[in-house]
Ligand binder design. Structure first.
Ligand SMILES: Cc1cc2nc3c(=O)[nH]c(=O)nc-3n(C[C@H](O)[C@H](O)[C@H](O)COP(=O)(O)OP(=O)(O)OC[C@H]3O[C@@H](n4cnc5c(N)ncnc54)[C@H](O)[C@@H]3O)c2cc1C
Length: 238
């Protein structure tokens, strides 16, 4: 639902007030010049957050965009997102100008859980838009002792973002060099786990997601793949 008439958006939000809570920005941190961590505070609520959930944020009178809570505490009513500000779309514009005290409408988190503690190994692939998801997994991996590794393709200016976020076990490639190249993907040292034991989580650019999925399917026929394209060149608000 990237775009909707203003009157309809207002009506839906009023009818479903508990599903579209108002959240106040309480903190904005620059991780790099184009990546921000934004913390919101709302009413405490009972909705359950699970890793892999997303929220739909109203970014203008008529536009909605998806973001991934990187941290969520329903009891305290606190949610964090990690946002890539990449251009002049309404989502990026809004996120770039948010300041503490600003108030936004967002949906409650929706989507099924993408984490099972019984899975021994996780390999995650993504770009700047996947950092929130990567962050939400990280403390779980460390607590539960899962084997894990992150592969990121990032713009040069964002190379240090995983380190600034406190992530570990990651490899960063320059944007556009590996994720659309099956031959290079085949050579990565990720295919060593026994079949059936690895979950592959693939998000970010749609074309990269499609290429990586194909390679995983040929290299590990029994691995579980969880994937979602987060953005596509020339397409607004997936
Ligand atoms: C389930 C889900 C979860 C998501 N979680 C996050 C998240 O946690 N953090 C986050 O930053 N994004 C996340 N995204 C991606 C985000 O919703 C899109 O990047 C969205 O297009 C941003 O809206 P916009 O208004 O800034 O740009 P739009 O108006 O949607 O797009 C304007 C132009 O920018 C291009 N564009 C969009 N995204 C990018 C990008 N990342 N890099 C370069 N060009 C781009 C579009 O193709 C289009 O040409 C998620 C998407 C989905 C579907």
């Amino acid at each position: 639902m990237p775009r909707i008439a203003k009157w309809l958006g207002d009506t839906i939000e009023n009818l479903l007030d508990s599903k579209f809570p108002l959240l106040t920005v309480i903190d904005v941190r620059n991780i790099t010049d184009s990546i921000k961590r934004i913390t919101f505070q709302g009413e405490p609520e009972v909705s359950a957050f699970s890793i892999g959930s997303a929220v739909l944020i109203r970014v203008s009178d008529t536009e909605y965009r998806n973001y991934t809570p990187s941290a969520y505490d329903a009891v305290k009513g606190v949610m964090e997102i990690i946002v890539h500000v990449h251009g002049s779309g309404p989502g990026s514009k809004l996120m770039n100008h948010l300041r503490p005290g600003d108030v936004l409408r967002t949906s409650i988190p929706r989507g099924i859980g993408w984490y099972r503690e019984t899975v021994p190994a996780y390999i995650l692939w993504g770009d700047e838009t996947s950092l929130g998801l990567a962050y939400s997994y990280h403390s779980r991996f460390v607590q539960q002792g899962n084997a894990f590794h992150y592969y990121f393709e990032l713009n040069e200016e964002n190379r240090e973002a995983p380190a600034h976020l406190g992530l570990s076990n990651y490899t960063v490639f320059k944007k556009g060099t590996v994720f659309n190249n099956p031959a290079l993907l085949n050579e990565l040292p990720v295919w060593g786990f026994p079949e059936n034991e690895t979950t592959y989580v693939v998000t970010g650019n749609v074309k990269a997601v499609q290429t990586i999925r194909k390679v995983i399917k040929t290299m590990d026929k029994k691995g579980r793949i969880l994937s979602k394209g987060f953005w596509l060149e020339g397409k607004t608000g997936l």
